[in-house]
Design a protein around this ligand. Sequence first.
Ligand code: PLP
Length: 406
Amino acid sequence: MNHLPPLTASLIATAEAHSAHNYDPLPVVLARAEGAWLTDVEGRRYLDLLAGYSALNFGHRHPRLIAAAKAQLDRVTLTSRAFHHDQFAAFCSQLAELCGMEAVLPMNTGAEAVETAVKTARLWGYRVKGVPDGQARIVVAAGNFHGRTTTVVGFSTDPEARAGFGPYTPGFDVVPYGDVAALEAAVGDRTVAVLLEPIQGEAGVVVPPPGYLAAARRITADRGALLMADEVQSGLGRTGRTFACEHEGVRPDVYILGKALGGGVLPVSAVVSSRAVLDVFTPGSHGSTFGGNPLACAVALEVIAMLRTGEYQRRAAELGDQLHAELASLAAAGPVLAVRGRGLWAGVDVDPAFGSGRRISELLLRRGVLVKDTHASTIRLAPPLVIAEDDLAWALDQLREVLTGG
Ligand code: PLP
């Protein structure tokens, strides 16, 4: 780290000495942010092309979200669910309406919402579908990323996420992503749910073949299993629609939401479904001290209001066209093997002979652009939906220069 400025180097060294090494951050120490831009402790500015893995869809410190948070900070922040509070009814009813569903179970992080969905499916399977107790199965896809809890990493196919954390929770069947025949074969009498990301984010923004989600909808409906869409990363505007499932006209039985629901201000997640499905829970069967707290509800209500206008979805679609047109021309010119994505979201596979995703991220960092590799030579681009068109064009110029040596 000799090349780093002294303050940056010293803060990184202290963090390394006193934190677990479960991340390998790029060598930059950020101190302030607004919109799509961040400033580090040395005063250097960076354009954010990661957006907190889509938690910052509305950019950093969006004035509407900060105002909602500040107003709520002056009223009440936490009550626990032992009592009602005055933000809860609006949050649940308006989120359900945004999803075209009936009821909401609020949690905090994405992984907790996935765990909640797994518990929902199992309870529903035993109480409603009539699966013998302890026999419920859930079908998931290879390449999935649903979070980091012990149950969730147990059905991950990524050795880095999974190895060393066994024994793993039983009851999950893994099928190849995008393969309708494999899905059809895996869904049996005891299958209570199929859990899918409509686009696999961490896998490198992998879009399934056309018709896959619709087939998953048909198969689950035919066999009496729940279709659970993990839209923690794909949802809330990122793909140009409120939900990525909408691109195939699919309405799942359960939406799993997180990240952008908290507006980049605090963790807010939720499972959203029908009354009949969520009615399997009874007092004491599930919960969270912080889930559905007044501050979270107030911020999320503002997020929902912003999404209701359709403005951010339109922006993601329009800027997404610009992003994908640029990346297509780059693919023709540089060492790019493949580009995938939808809306303002792309995975770019770079020829490993050219350099690792990490190396490319470091080169972009030096030019003032923040991206992060996802797998070995894949970089993921997910700018805040509020990014200015010129800023996006500038960032893509930087990428082009890095990849073509310009
Ligand atoms: N589900 C999906 C699709 C995700 O992309 C993620 C995080 O990247 C999660 C769940 C887990 O969310 P969290 O990190 O908030 O637990």
